[in-house]
Design a protein around this ligand. Structure first.
Ligand SMILES: [Zn+2]
Length: 151
């Protein structure tokens, strides 16, 4: 795995809101403009590519599109009660109760919607496509706050 491609395209982004359990500030509903970048390492293929940049960028945009302009809800949060009722969903946390229109919510199979876990979520989607390659995903909540997952 001597070669690496890096996609750090400012167009690979999504805006979403979320809340974190029992955090002093982040337990309130708030939003971020998330930026996603990816590094993939491997040997070269028959076309002397690690991966095709255009294909990787397109795939990344497709992975983050379902998150864009939604409220991110972690389905595996231990202390959350999530009840769907018709067109709405009620979410009860240890400190809050929210009711959102179902159409505004994106449920994620995660225990929390931290940037670290969002990076792993995106990583795992990429890994389904780029199976034997080493993949690093970075998710930035701002220019100075970036989390990553690599495997
Ligand atoms: Zn946040």
């Amino acid at each position: 795995m001597n070669y690496k491609v890096i996609v750090n395209d400012s167009k690979v982004k999504f805006s979403a809101c979320h809340f974190l359990k029992e955090h002093i500030k982040c337990s309130r509903l708030h939003g971020h403009n998330y930026y996603v970048s990816v590094e993939i390492s491997d040997n070269l293929d028959g076309n002397y590519f690690v991966v095709d940049f255009m294909e990787l960028t397109k795939t990344l945009k497709e992975i983050v599109k379902p998150l864009d302009h939604y409220i991110l809800i972690p389905l595996e949060a231990k202390d959350f009660s999530i009840k769907k009722d018709g067109e709405s969903v009620e979410i009860t946390t240890p400190t809050r109760r929210y009711v959102f229109p179902l159409s505004d919510v994106c449920f994620l199979p995660l225990p929390a919607t931290t940037s670290e876990l969002l990076a792993k979520y995106i990583h795992d989607k990429l890994k389904l496509i780029y199976k034997n390659k080493k993949i690093l995903v970075k998710v930035g909540e701002s220019k100075s706050s970036i989390a990553s997952y690599e495997e």
